[in-house]
Design a protein. Structure first.
Length: 167
């Protein structure tokens, strides 16, 4: 998640369909961007600074911030509301958490998705292997230090899914 939140437009090559993301250790990693991601990135109006920014809906329209809170990669939660809303709208499984805040009488509700943003790294690894069938390439592009970690993230998928993944 921190790699995505720290991604800046100067590190995105839409024509080359690649991005450079920066690791916690200060190393760079090159990421191939699938066609669906390129198509979506082209719809973003701004092309400087951070790619992913918080958006507040106001009476005057969307108010786009400069970047999500920089936690120094110490903890998450910067996109908790956005993630929750996106999962709920997509119909993904989850549960409703209800509580009464201290000093209030009316209960509040919050949708808690079953999936976390980190789960997408597992999906990416499985899709990557399905498309490329190259465990060394996956290890390199996932920036995992040993093959055992790659095997934790990637699950074997039938090759029949390759075409759908590449769309």
């Amino acid at each position: 998640m921190s790699e995505a939140l720290d991604l800046e437009w100067r590190d995105v090559d839409l024509c080359g369909k690649r991005a450079v993301v920066w690791q916690k250790q200060g190393r760079q990693r090159h990421v191939d961007l699938p066609p669906v991601v390129i198509k979506w990135l082209k719809t973003i109006e701004w092309r400087d600074g951070h790619v992913f920014r918080p958006v507040k809906i106001t009476r005057k329209g969307p108010d786009v911030g400069e970047r999500y809170h920089d936690s120094g990669r110490q903890y998450g939660g910067q996109i908790k509301s956005g993630w929750s809303g996106a999962c709920r709208r997509a119909g993904l499984p989850g549960r409703i958490r209800e509580w009464i805040p201290k000093g209030e009488k009316k209960p509040k509700e919050w949708f808690v998705p079953d999936y976390t943003p980190h789960a997408l790294r597992h999906t990416w690894a499985s899709w990557h292997y399905c498309v490329h069938r190259d465990i060394i390439k996956l290890q390199t592009e996932g920036d995992w230090s040993d093959i055992k970690t790659v095997l934790i993230y990637a699950k074997l998928m039938p090759e029949a899914y390759k075409e759908q993944i590449e769309e």
